[in-house]
Design a binder for this molecule. Structure first.
Ligand code: PPS
Length: 339
């Protein structure tokens, strides 16, 4: 066989092997790797939860992302210390459970200071359970989606240019970090009586921070010295936290460069801002899905979570949680949403 032809055949053979290995990697190895990673993560959570020996001193601040987690961390920190903001980052005094503790096998009981304030975005069925206090903060889903889109563009690698429509589809399908907002809120709200849970809304904090702080203090068994209240309110204000954004913003690899860089982590802090930012088609699609998925939580909670009644600037935008917002127990028992 002439040399030229031999080389061509060998080249074609090598090309075919390259394509085949790429295909095997894409279709078999990568999905297997992802699947294994998911299984590892799930069982790691389970193991951690089983080994957790909680104490009443543990305070978990739990939310679906972008629902007021950092704000709650700061409120609890202010309530349980002299309030000196002498940390470089809030995670030094309130670590993120599933990011900083579980993967490194750090035990909650090894945290130095008490009470121990943990941040978590875990679903109800994933959270380590104990006799401690769990503060679950909810925010209407439309503002969450808008805030999460800004966050994703800023911090999630490869999502820097993601249009609102694409993000929204992912959000609705639960194809974002921490999965479905619908499952998260229904899981926690339906099972809340199985743990020592206080439900707080982002909106109530926005409407009357002092009342919200007092309710959280009562839940944590803390009596606020009236002389401390101005300091707490000042340090938990949007203005103060925004001024010290670096102490609260996400740490991680440098973000991809979006077309127009969104502002800091403590970004806008508004209620009902989705009305200005979100395509009205997405809002109505979201509210239709809410009718199916959230009705079981009771009319008040359904209206609040679906963004109805949360009109910017209106006084009645806050569900009167402390005054008895109905959190109907769904038919089928409290464990309905637990997996
Ligand atoms: S994260 O990444 O999931 O931990 O984010 P999270 O802290 O849950 O939510 C961020 C949103 O909370 C707003 N925020 C505040 N609003 C009002 N007052 C205060 N003090 C405050 N601190 C944080 C923050 O601006 C994010 O909301 P958006 O709508 O994006 O502004």
């Amino acid at each position: 066989m002439p040399r030229m032809r031999q080389r061509k055949l060998l080249g074609a053979f090598a090309g075919a092997i390259v394509s085949l290995t790429l295909l095997i990697d894409k279709r078999v190895l990568t999905p297997c790797g992802r699947g294994l990673h998911r299984i590892h993560r799930r069982f790691n959570l389970l193991k951690y939860g089983m080994e957790y020996e909680g104490t009443p001193d543990d305070i978990f601040v739990v939310t679906y992302p972008k629902s007021g987690t950092t704000w709650l961390q700061m409120i609890v920190y202010q309530l349980t210390t002299d309030g000196a903001v002498d940390f470089d980052h809030i995670s030094e005094v309130s670590p993120h459970l599933e990011e900083m503790m579980i993967p490194r096998r750090h035990k909650i009981s090894d945290l130095g200071r008490t009470p121990r304030i943990l941040k978590s975005h875990l679903h109800f069925h994933q959270i380590p359970k104990g006799p401690g206090r769990y503060i679950y903060c909810v925010r209407n889903g439309l503002d969450v989606a808008v805030s999460y889109h800004h966050h994703a563009r800023k911090y999630i690698s490869g999502w820097g240019q993601m249009p609102q429509g694409e993000f929204f589809s992912r959000f609705m399908a639960g194809q974002v970090p921490y999965g479905s907002w619908f499952e998260h809120v229904t899981g926690w709200l339906r099972n809340k009586d199985r743990l020592n849970v206080l439900v707080v809304t982002y909106e109530e904090l926005r409407a009357d921070l002092e009342a919200g702080v007092t309710r959280i203090a009562d839940f944590c068994g803390i009596t606020i010295d009236p002389a401390d209240m101005p300091r707490i309110l000042e340090r938990c204000s949007f203005a103060f936290m925004r001024e010290h954004d670096a102490k609260f913003s996400l740490r991680g690899p440098p973000p991809p460069k979006p077309a127009s860089p969104p502002p800091g982590f403590i970004r806008q802090g508004q209620v009902g801002a989705w009305r200005e930012e979100l395509d009205p088609r997405f809002a109505s699609e979201f509210q239709e899905v809410c009718k199916r998925r959230l009705r079981g939580l009771g009319e008040d909670m359904f209206r609040f979570l679906s963004g109805q009644g949360a009109r910017k600037g209106e006084p009645a935008l806050t569900p009167p949680l402390a005054g008895g917002l109905s959190l109907a127990t769904p038919s089928g028992g409290a464990s309905q949403n637990e997996s």
